[in-house]
Design a protein. Structure first.
Length: 192
């Protein structure tokens, strides 16, 4: 598969007016956000990073949001950028994290993969923020779990920037830093 063991970062994956439209929708008063105890794991055993999510698709792949079609341009442009033709959208969601006053700012959120099936992650930043995305060298094919901080080897760190997309092999364990100053808002789709 073309995307195995790869990471791409592209700015302005959609044009500026489209970026503004997405930001206005997601940060607007009529967009539905739902509270979650942790944006990474349902029952996080290490530390809870509360936030909000919005499911564009259900876990079964059914459209769950009137805004799903607006996001398709991100998927299409991202796949075109790397020369990949997707056949399935496995899931689609958005996360909103508010800045937290936490003592252990250096501790990363729990590393995770989005799906055990082979897939490509398309991670789009809705707005400029802190709370970098961290992609690890650790790979699901070799390590079914990243157990402690001694196991973590960072491959790439990406700063959230409006219009930027990170496209990567979904079997890379990845995580994020908790924002300290700005609201962090991302759109995350998995395709294969």
């Amino acid at each position: 598969m073309i995307y195995q063991n790869k990471v791409w970062v592209t700015d302005d994956i959609v044009d500026k007016p489209y970026q503004d439209k997405i930001q206005n929708v997601l940060m607007g008063e009529s967009f539905s956000w739902y509270f979650v105890d942790d944006v990474t794991y349902k029952d996080n055993p290490v530390h809870s990073r509360p936030g909000f999510n919005h499911q564009f698709l259900t876990e079964q792949g059914d459209v769950n949001s009137e805004w799903h079609d607006l996001m398709l341009k991100i998927i299409d442009n991202s796949c075109e950028e790397i020369g990949f033709k997707y056949s399935n959208i496995l899931n689609g969601r958005s996360f909103l994290q508010l800045p937290l006053n936490i003592k252990d700012r250096d501790i990363l959120d729990m590393p995770h993969i989005d799906n055990a099936d082979r897939h490509l992650v398309i991670l789009y930043y809705v707005k400029d923020a802190d709370g970098d995305t961290v992609i690890l060298e650790n790979h699901y094919e070799n390590e079914k779990e990243v157990k402690n901080s001694d196991d973590i080897k960072i491959k790439k760190t990406i700063k959230p920037k409006k219009g930027r997309v990170v496209i990567f092999d979904g079997w890379y364990w990845h995580t994020a830093q908790q924002p300290a100053k700005e609201t962090r808002c991302i759109i995350n789709y998995n395709v294969n």
